[in-house]
Design a protein around this ligand. Sequence first.
Ligand code: CIR
Length: 263
Amino acid sequence: MPGTFDRTRGTALTREVSPEFVQAVSGFFNTRVPDFDAARGAQEAYFAALRAHGTEVVTLPALSGYPDCSFIEDTAIIIDDKAVIPNLGHPSRNGEQDSIAEFLADDLEIVRMPAGASLDGGDVVFYDDRFLVGLSTRTNRDGADFLAVHAEQAGFGTQLFDVPDTTLHLTTICSSPRAGTMVAAEGQLGPEDLAFAEEVIWVPNEEGYAANTIAYGDRIIIADGYPKARRLMLDAGFSITTVDMTEFREVDASLTCLSVFIG
Ligand code: CIR
């Protein structure tokens, strides 16, 4: 399916910020209680950035009882004409995936993970011929293996990573903005981890949050406020749009977590 594999990013499925957002799970960045109105505003700016790059934005309603529901990336992994629907790795979030499964069922084959396996979509990064999958506090080996079976059926390999305990997800510390290229946070991953890539843009660890990119060819969206990372990506030939992610970062969420590209 276009979107995952060719980066056209025609349609983004998103979900409204929960009115219960202040109760979102937070284990890494949290310095204060996040602000609902500021998050709503930031999400609108994010939608505008996607639209400016030609993406149609479809927004599902917030899910009552799920403060983290706007982090929809975690709830479905699109592989060709299938949607792999995981069991989310945090108990307060497991259940969010039912609604997206229902929504996607009209257009895609829905594949549900067996009990005991868990995975967050935030631990999955697509790179050219393979899915990079992080083993983390959210994603266990059974979850990664389940995804690998469906990746293989679509002709893609899988490469596993141990997500360092300093971060939540694999997408928090790396992304693949264009064919052959990875952007990664120094100190979180090492050169040996990314030996498969033709080019790695290493961003300093203190700006590692900016390693999470949304790319449209050589045009990318990154989080605002990371000047060194921005410079490195400009030097690598990207043009850049930034979005203020301050509110979402408070609850360990990155740019990519706010959407699932479905076409
Ligand atoms: C969580 O802990 O699950 C949420 N507060 C943040 C999830 C971010 N997801 C993502 O980056 N894919």
